[in-house]
Design a protein around this ligand. Structure first.
Ligand code: DAK
Length: 260
């Protein structure tokens, strides 16, 4: 697959998608969003891949936002289309059944922060810098930031970040729960690949059902959410992974999951 703005690599059950527009701090223009969409669909369809990592090329940025030079001269309809494309890509990541981890290596602003928030969770290097600076450009966030940020950090903190456009560092992002860990820059990819490796060693039907259960449950009432969990738990008992996982436990050996 030929990409101009991203790199897609696959190794040992894990795919890594690197946004590669270093000169523009990996800003997201239309072509880049389309390529991300194509790559994510490819990963979704690849039976050999269980986890997707998203990161930014270079040592300065994850993604510094939607591409301001692209947005400068677009009209309302083009703006709407651009917003819809971005929303579609973020939703695709959020709803694909394989886990997606954001490995944040620098500026993670605007559309970049929205991209990271559409991932299942986020690990940052010490250089991570986060924010939704859109109000300083005269626009609202357009790729789901007003919706995902409050769901992750709570409404008060989200509103402060959205209204001020302030940038926060990796440790503040850790404190408010926007990222799970902060690690030294040189260890970032190893740490994230280590987490991905732990996930790929588990029963993939169960991992994917966990994603569905959390995503579905978080946007419904607790009674309905419990039913979703019970249904998915029940279906696990129709899988080879459940038989193998429990048999391996009883036989005191490591399970050999097949994802079936
Ligand atoms: N877009 C395009 N180019 C960018 C960019 C961006 N977001 N961020 C950085 N660059 C480019 C710079 O223009 C510069 O290019 P050259 O001048 O070298 O050609 C190069 O990357 C290096 O940047 P700097 O020279 O500025 O580097 P510094 O270290 O001095 O500063 C910075 C780094 C990240 C603090 C600064 O570059 C910066 O403030 N960047 C902009 C951050 C930002 O505001 N991000 C949010 C973008 S707005 C919507 C749809 C979408 C959106 C909203 C609404 N609807 C449809 C409703 C999304 C909005 C956004 O994401």
């Amino acid at each position: 697959m030929e990409f101009k703005n991203i790199i897609l690599e696959k190794e040992a059950g894990t795919a890594t998608l690197t946004i590669n527009r270093v000169k523009a701090l990996n800003a997201l223009n239309k072509d880049t969003l389309m390529e991300i969409k194509e790559a994510v669909e490819n990963v979704q369809d690849d039976k050999g891949i269980d986890v997707l990592i998203i990161t930014g090329a270079g040592n300065k940025a994850f993604v510094a936002g939607a591409d301001i030079s692209y947005m400068l001269n677009i009209n309302a309809m083009e703006g709407r289309e651009f917003g819809l494309l971005g929303q579609k890509v973020m939703r695709l990541l959020e709803t694909m059944d394989k886990p997606v981890i954001a490995a944040i290596n620098g500026f993670c602003l605007g559309g970049g922060c929205e991209l990271a928030m559409a991932c299942d969770f986020r690990i940052s290097s010490e250089k991570g810098k986060f924010g939704q600076p859109e109000v300083g450009l005269g626009v609202t966030p357009g790729f789901g930031g007003t919706q995902r940020l409050p769901r992750i950090v709570g409404t008060g903190m989200a509103k402060q970040l959205l209204y001020t456009g302030d940038m926060i560092d990796a440790y503040e992002a850790l404190r408010i729960g926007l990222v799970n860990y902060v690690v030294p820059s040189e260890n970032l990819m190893d740490e994230v690949k280590n987490i991905a490796g732990k996930i790929t060693a588990r029963g993939q039907v169960a991992v994917r059902f966990c994603k569905v259960a959390v995503n579905e449950g978080i946007q419904t009432d607790i009674d309905r959410a419990m039913t979703v969990e019970a249904d998915l738990f029940g279906i696990c008992f129709a899988t080879e992974d459940q038989k193998e996982g429990m048999k391996a436990f009883v036989e005191k050996r490591k399970p050999g999951f097949t994802g079936k």
